[in-house]
Write a protein that binds this ligand. Structure first.
Ligand SMILES: Cc1cc2nc3c(=O)[nH]c(=O)nc-3n(C[C@H](O)[C@H](O)[C@H](O)COP(=O)(O)OP(=O)(O)OC[C@H]3O[C@@H](n4cnc5c(N)ncnc54)[C@H](O)[C@@H]3O)c2cc1C
Length: 305
């Protein structure tokens, strides 16, 4: 029983691939986005990667039919996508092409006889329901990420453009009202969390942001509890989602409410002194250590570059 996973943003891709692996067959990833996303997916435990390159002006959803056709031609028993807007759209179209049961939340799954079985919380977590799917299943992956031990990167095949004009394109991107911190447009962002001990220590991190030509952001407690920055600097579910090329998180634990705001960041670097910090499972590069030592060293490196 072969599976496909659809990836349009960074996220718990290794966890999703591991869930797909439960079926025992091959796991193929359809990646829509930059080459870096295809490369990080290739190291997440899948067997092969079909890469759909996109232009900045063309949203991932515009490739939904092309992705769906490729998935349907392979006739997999299972298709999973991450819980992001474009991923959900691509999954729904693939499910329609495949004639698959579309399930909005799949924390994990198992195989019982010929059936796929999904056990998931429902009614705001008050009950647990078990779904049995006798045919093909397309589901939004809602499970945890896993570590891939000694990953051997899968081969990446670039899918040739269909030759058809994109069904949509972005003609304008404007700054959202109240976006005083300029985070929506920023290519580089340095963010602080409660690991920064005192207000005056922010200067240390702002120096890093200056050297890296980055804007400053923060976690919610830095705004709500400490009052060190206003709301326009906060990233996460409560405020704004951003998509810089580089996001450096300094003393940030990596809670889902914060990380959902940087899912679309191309490269996430985390500086944290706790080896168990959640953010180390959600970043591309982790620096384990005291921010008061790491940040000045990084600032000096940016100044030298
Ligand atoms: C409904 C709801 C909505 C929310 N919305 C948002 C949101 O939009 N955005 C948001 O950010 N949060 C949001 N939160 C809060 C979120 O759940 C977390 O509590 C918050 O993101 C944690 O902030 P933090 O990482 O700064 O602090 P902490 O979780 O306290 O983490 C601090 C980190 O700093 C590290 N550290 C400490 N000292 C050092 C040092 N010297 N060097 C290096 N590392 C160090 C620690 O190891 C730790 O990992 C929301 C919460 C709720 C309930």
């Amino acid at each position: 029983m072969d599976s496909w996973i659809i990836v349009t943003e960074a996220g718990p891709v290794a966890g999703m691939a591991a869930a797909a692996r439960e079926l025992g067959g091959t796991v193929t990833a359809a990646v829509v986005g930059p080459r870096l996303l295809a490369e990080s997916t290739a190291a997440c435990g899948c067997d092969s990667v079909q890469w759909f390159s996109t232009l900045d002006s063309v949203p991932a959803e515009s490739l939904a039919l092309q992705v769906a056709d490729l998935v349907a031609a392979a006739s997999p028993r299972l298709v999973l996508a991450l819980d992001d807007p474009a991923g959900r759209v691509l999954l729904a179209v693939a499910a329609t092409r495949l004639g698959a049961a579309l399930v909005s939340s799949v924390p994990g799954l198992s195989v019982e006889g010929d059936d796929l079985v999904v056990t998931r919380p429902a009614v705001e977590g008050k009950v647990v329901e078990t779904l049995v799917v006798p045919g093909a299943l397309a589901g939004v992956f809602d499970g945890e990420d896993v570590d891939v031990v000694s990953p051997v990167p899968a081969a990446i095949t670039e899918v040739a453009p269909s030759g058809m004009a994109p069904s949509m394109r972005i003609i304008e991107t404007t700054v959202a009202p109240g976006e005083a911190a300029g985070l929506q447009q920023a290519e580089r962002v340095v963010s602080i969390g409660r690991g920064v001990r005192k207000r005056e220590d922010i200067a240390l991190v702002e120096e890093l942001a200056d050297a890296a030509h980055a804007k400053m952001a923060c976690t919610l407690p830095i705004c709500d509890d400490m009052r060190w920055y206003d709301e326009s600097h906060v990233v996460g579910t409560s405020t704004q989602q951003i998509a810089p090329d580089l996001y450096i998180a300094v003393g940030v634990s990596g809670q889902p409410q914060h990380m959902s705001g940087v899912r679309a960041a191309k490269v996430i670097v985390a500086i944290n002194n706790d080896p168990e910090a959640t953010i180390f499972k959600k970043c591309h590069f982790g620096i384990l250590g005291d921010l008061y030592e790491i940040v000045p060293a990084l600032t000096a490196a940016f100044k030298r570059a």
